[in-house]
Design a protein around this ligand. Structure first.
Ligand code: NAP
Length: 290
């Protein structure tokens, strides 16, 4: 089996790293805080002292960290994986990063002889742990074929959008649309509550109505019940994705984004108030105290 370096063991990365162990690969892991690695070490992973250490002799390096800053640090920082990854190593960036960063990182790693795959994902942490993520790939077709054995343990669907960066474009529009829907849902529900509607009936109507995307279906029950236990996606991460999407929109759209800016502003407020809480708590910003 192959040697995989896996970096970033948060809600998503922890389950993904476990999938490489389950597939029988030799896995080296690193996370900024070691506590999250203990059970993976018990399952046979090697704890690396740095991303640089994890990447020694790796056939593939897979990263799943928060944002551009974290991605830059683990790949290109003073102890980054690029320091030791040998020429020909397959570099797979699964974090949701900005379009500019995805392309810059690709150029930087290619210049060092690595093969780079842009591979953000959709799916919640339970899908990550089950190997059922959807992988949004930007890569040369030949590079994708080489990377495929390292994508199969973590994803059940691979969508190849085109060249490096295109997976990130899709991921950002996907999460921007999610941000707009969730913020819109929060305001809609808050209005209905304040107007005194029967919220059981409102929920029933939403669930059977045309405005209900899977995002809306998932968040509407939690918002009405004000039950935000088990945060899977935080306000800070949603804000980050929407902000990256707006930056991209500003460079591409003639008329500049309109609703996207409002979503970023809404999530900037949610992030300031509750960065690590479930993104659905957005409703608390707009509703009157109960
Ligand atoms: P998370 O639980 O907050 O984990 C973030 C990870 O990034 C942790 O390993 C954290 O290390 C690391 N990190 C943060 N800043 C760092 C830095 N400066 N240097 C090095 N490491 C750093 O987030 P997550 O939910 O797993 O999300 C990870 C990525 O997947 C994000 O890009 C997110 O947008 C994307 N995503 C998430 C979901 C979801 O449902 N959660 C779904 C699809 C995609 P520590 O453990 O030390 O803090």
């Amino acid at each position: 089996m192959a040697r995989v370096a896996f970096i970033g063991l948060g809600r998503m990365g922890h389950g993904m790293a476990g999938r490489y162990l389950d597939a029988g690969h030799t896995v080296a892991i690193w996370n900024r805080s070691k506590a999250k690695a203990e059970d993976l070490i018990a399952r046979g992973a090697r704890w690396a002292t740095s991303p640089e250490d994890a990447a020694v002799d790796a056939d593939a390096v897979v990263t799943m960290v928060a944002d551009d800053e974290a991605s830059r640090a683990v790949w290109l920082g003073p102890t980054g994986a690029a320091k030791t990854a040998k020429a020909g190593t397959i570099a797979i960036e699964c974090s949701t990063v900005s379009y500019d960063h995805a392309r810059e990182l690709g150029r930087e790693l290619n210049a060092r002889g690595l093969m780079y795959i842009d591979c953000p994902v959709t799916g919640l942490p339970d899908a990550a742990a089950a190997g059922k993520l959807t992988l949004l790939v930007g890569a040369d077709a030949a590079d994708l074929e080489r990377a495929r054995p390292f994508l199969e343990p973590i994803g059940s669907t691979i969508r190849h959008f085109g060249a490096v960066g295109s997976g990130t474009v899709y991921k950002l529009i996907n999460n921007l649309m999610g941000a707009i829907q969730i913020a819109g849902l929060a305001e809609g529900l808050a209005i209905a509550e304040q107007a005194g509607l029967d919220m059981k009936l409102v929920l029933e109507a939403i669930q059977g109505g045309v405005a209900a995307s899977p995002q809306v279906l998932r968040h509407s029950k939690r918002m009405v019940a004000r039950d935000f236990a088990g945060a899977t996606f935080t306000a800070a991460l949603r804000h980050k994705d929407a902000a990256y999407a707006v930056k991209l929109a500003e460079s591409l759209l003639a008329g500049k984004p309109l609703v996207a800016r409002a979503a970023v502003e809404a999530y900037a407020q949610a992030k300031a108030a509750m960065p690590d809480e479930d993104e659905g708590r957005m409703i608390e910003l707009v509703s009157r105290p109960k």
